[in-house]
Design a protein around this ligand. Structure first.
Ligand SMILES: Nc1ncnc2c1ncn2[C@@H]1O[C@H](COP(=O)(O)OP(=O)(O)OP(=O)(O)O)[C@@H](O)[C@H]1O
Length: 607
């Protein structure tokens, strides 16, 4: 398939990425073969019609034979039936393959995307990935589902038409052949700039998508800061950019169509004039000239159609190139060839040994610097430290979203780099500061912790997380749709769902990032009780923001600039003075020691 289109269109090299479609088309080879046969049949029938026309003109009109006209009509009807039937078969098969291939590509790209490490998504905008999965794949669908077949059909018409032209009149065909390069040359030249403009145009559309994603994603902040007008103006600019780029592409495209039509039609006019003289001089028959015109129109139409779809093929080649880029992006975090099995049953130990780490985006800034930490099974370690100290980074390394540049991270005594990431993550449960809620109901959101859990287990987890009461009070109980990203829930409710999810997962090691946002006393108590249930009999690392948490911890470690600067129990550390005492005075109500331990500091999240 691809080979034929490559020969059909100029700019061979630029269409090469379309070859990556082949593995996706291969499973549906029989559909493609069927479509190919239908295509051949339709092309042959169309080409045959020229001969019929010649016969009717020469024998029907010139010899005034009405019977022959009747015959011609019957043949014509047969031809129309074959043409219609084969078009039906070709269209349905080709479109089916187009849709199927795109469905497969979308799945392949998405399947691959979810395996890429978070580092990739820091350097790639979600809007761009989104546009690749939607716009780029839709382009490919047009190509596989119609453009390729248009290009193929017209290539056949072009070749068949040229052969028939030569048979009908060698002299006139010679003239046509002089014209062809004249037509092809501008296509090649303009086609190149069209390709560049098409890519630019798609990039601008991706910008538009990215902006929508960002603005709507942060709509509350946009409105809270009164940035509507600024966002509107910025969006307006993006849209206008996309429009201007599209207009430049359209101009080149229109110019291309105009040049081609003038050249082709002009040439046909000249040929008609010469051919007309030949008929008058008796050198060829009227039927021959009719057939010649028929074939010329066919050939011109084919050249026109090919030039039309060339741009589309080139755009699709660009789209395929971008998709292949995505598909070929290697995940940074993969299982080693011979992964070490973690001990069973799980022990629940965690260790950092001389860990030095910087984020890929900031090679000059160490997020963790020679960090050593060992956590015993069942121990609760509270991590405190100023903002940016590296608390969250500890979790990211444990979950193996990144690998440290130096040192080792161990879970149950096994270096996480030597084990399968999924095995390591299966031992860990995480409750992030901002609970992630998916746009579905509570059943699905809690079951995220363990997809095979029964309804009863989900309810039990919700109960243990002190979430069952409020969930059952929703209009449709646990089946109530929670809104996109859980917008229909309060902050505390979202947290309790995240806790229920972790309870259901039942991990040996818990990673908790306490919310900084102040909750009302009732919600706070619910979350606190839920956490206590969750932490029972597990190793827990908790980024602490509440007094109750640090008071209950077996050990507190104080992190500053990626290093552990102190560790011990609350009273000890307060006695020592230093960073912890200062932090505690600021962050926890150390002096008053309120029962719920709500931080004095106001939370960042305004929800
Ligand atoms: N994805 C990232 N790319 C580059 N640098 C990062 C990234 N994430 C965090 N950092 C940097 O690494 C350092 C440690 O960040 P980390 O998120 O671990 O801090 P933290 O102690 O959890 O802070 P907070 O209490 O504010 O959440 C900071 O200096 C931060 O700017």
């Amino acid at each position: 398939m691809t080979d034929a289109t490559t020969t059909a269109a100029p700019g061979r090299k630029s269409l090469r990425p379309l070859a990556f479609l082949l593995p996706f088309v291969r499973p549906y080879i029989w559909h493609s073969v069927g479509a190919g046969i239908a295509l051949l049949l339709a092309a042959a029938t169309t080409i045959g019609m020229g001969r019929g026309l010649q016969a009717v003109v020469d024998q029907g009109f010139v010899t005034s034979n009405p019977q022959l006209l009747d015959h011609a009509l019957l043949v014509m009807l047969g031809v129309i039936l074959v043409l219609a039937g084969s078009t039906y078969v070709r269209f349905s098969l080709v479109s089916w393959v187009g849709e199927r291939v795109v469905a497969d590509i979308r799945r392949a790209v998405f399947d691959h995307l979810v395996t890429l490490s978070p580092g990739f998504f820091e350097s790639t905008r979600t809007g761009e990935v989104l546009s690749r999965l939607t716009t780029d794949t839709t382009l490919l669908q047009t190509v596989v589902g119609s453009t390729v077949s248009i290009a193929l059909r017209n290539t056949l018409m072009l070749m068949g038409g040229l052969i028939m032209l030569a048979i009908t009149s060698a002299k006139l065909t010679g003239l046509v052949l002089i014209v062809v390069p004249l037509v092809v040359l501008p296509i090649v030249i303009l086609g190149r700039s069209l390709r560049k403009l098409s890519k630019a145009s798609q990039d601008r559309v991706a910008d538009v998508g990215a902006q929508v994603d960002e603005t709507l994603g942060g709509i509350r902040i946009v409105q809270a800061f009164g940035h509507e007008a600024i966002e509107t103006a910025r969006f307006g600019e993006r849209v206008e950019d996309a429009f201007t780029t599209a207009v430049r592409r359209i101009r080149v495209r229109a110019l291309m169509a105009m040049i081609i039509i003038s050249l082709v039609m002009g040439a046909i006019g000249v040929i008609l004039w010469i051919g007309g003289h030949d008929v008058l001089a008796g050198r060829i028959s009227a039927g021959q000239l009719s057939a010649f015109i028929f074939y010329s129109v066919l050939v011109a139409g084919a050249v026109g159609a090919i030039s039309e779809v060339t741009g589309e093929l080139q755009r699709a080649a660009g789209a395929m190139e971008r998709l292949v880029d995505l598909l070929e992006t290697k995940a940074d975090i993969v299982a080693p060839p011979n992964p070490v099995a973690l001990p069973t049953p799980a022990i629940g130990t965690v260790a950092f040994e001389g860990v030095r780490f910087h984020y890929p985006a900031r090679p000059d800034h160490a997020a963790l610097e020679g960090l050593d930490l060992t956590v015993a099974p069942g121990e609760t370690v509270a991590i405190v430290g100023p903002s940016g100290a590296g608390k969250t980074t500890l979790f990211q390394l444990l979950l193996r979203f990144y690998d440290p540049q130096d040192g080792r991270v161990l879970v149950d005594g096994v270096d996480v780099r030597t084990a399968t990431p999924a095995d390591v993550r299966a031992r860990l449960g995480i409750v992030p500061q901002e609970a992630v809620i998916f746009s579905t109901n509570a059943w699905e959101n809690i079951r995220y912790g363990r997809p095979e859990a029964t309804d009863e287990e989900v309810r039990a987890a919700a109960r243990a997380a002190h979430a069952l009461d409020f969930l059952e009070a929703l209009p449709e109980g646990l089946g109530t749709y929670l809104g996109e990203k859980g917008v229909r829930l309060s902050g505390g409710q979202r947290q309790r769902i995240a806790i229920a999810r972790a309870i259901l997962r039942n991990p040996k090691i818990l990673l908790l990032d306490e919310a900084t946002s102040a909750l009302d006393a009732e919600s706070e108590r619910g979350v606190q009780l839920a956490l206590e249930t969750l932490m029972k009999d597990r190793t827990t690392l908790i980024i602490a923001h509440r007094l109750a948490t640090v008071l209950n911890a077996d050990r507190i470690i104080v992190l500053d600039k990626g290093k552990i600067v102190a560790s011990g129990r609350h009273e000890e550390l307060i006695r020592q003075g230093g960073l912890y005492a200062r932090l505690a005075a600021l962050q926890f109500d150390a002096a008053g020691g309120t029962a719920n331990g709500a931080p004095k500091e106001e939370g960042e999240a305004a929800e």
